[in-house]
Design a protein around this ligand. Structure first.
Ligand code: HEC
Length: 206
């Protein structure tokens, strides 16, 4: 009986060692697969290679159990919000007309886009904004009457600017791009899009 127990323990030890080895092998396999994947891409136009590497927040969101980790969600959102760079001149609203063409432009961050040209934001790919626009995506909520229903107080301006600058500050695993954080839009472009959402004269609020 004693002998049997010992050999069971020995068997378990061998099994555990085997599992550990398989795990470390798969980690090595992952690194190799990533290296191979990276070799297949070349930077071109506005498309660099940095996007192939997930940052800490993206890694967190790739874990299927992320929704259960409430404390970490709150901590990451707090960090992302604290890192938002607001304009030095304190003005958060630019020109809504410029904002409308930025929201409509799907140019940006592709290999065929000229690096010396500004990117668009393609907000319409995911949001309804103005009633005139016939075609828009519905991945994000409709932003019709965004300013009309929320006003344009300092707090709303700061929320809107920060949401566009870094959407993950308010919704950690959102599908919305981080326009300022990922350097897709410039500070002035973000101000213009904020105006599109909040200016009472903007078609979003008519
Ligand atoms: C790839 C899709 C996508 C794109 C492109 C996108 N968004 Fe979003 N957006 C979302 C999703 C999904 C949500 C809802 C989840 C969340 O809050 O992040 C959202 C939420 C928002 C909100 C919060 C709405 C609220 O009720 O407070 C605002 C404001 C917003 N988007 C503005 C914009 C603007 C402006 C642009 C263009 C500069 C843009 N979005 C581009 C997907 C997108």
């Amino acid at each position: 009986m004693k002998k049997a127990l010992v050999s069971m323990a020995a068997l378990a030890a061998v099994l555990f060692a085997g599992i550990a080895l398989a795990q470390s092998r798969s980690a090595v396999g992952e690194v190799e697969a990533m290296r191979e994947l990276m070799r297949g891409f070349k930077p071109s136009g506005q498309a660099g290679l940095s996007r192939l590497v997930q940052d800490e927040v993206q890694q967190f969101c790739s874990d299927p159990g992320w929704q259960r980790n409430k404390a970490r969600i709150a901590a990451i959102e707090g960090q992302q919000l604290a890192a938002v760079k607001y304009p030095a001149d304190g003005k958060l609203m630019g020109n809504w007309k410029a904002g409308e063409s930025i929201a409509q432009s799907g140019v940006g961050k592709q290999f065929s886009d000229n690096p010396s040209q500004p990117s668009g934001a393609n907000c319409y790919a995911c949001h309804q904004l103005t009633p005139q626009e016939l075609s828009f995506g519905t991945i994000g909520p409709s932003l019709r009457n965004f300013g009309k229903t929320r006003g344009s107080s300092e707090a709303i301006q700061r929320y809107t600017y920060a949401k566009i600058y870094n959407s993950r500050a308010y919704s950690v695993c959102t599908n919305m791009p981080r326009f300022g954080h990922s350097e897709i839009l410039t500070e002035q472009q973000i101000k213009d899009v904020v105006a599109l959402l909040l200016d009472p004269e903007s078609p979003v609020n008519k």
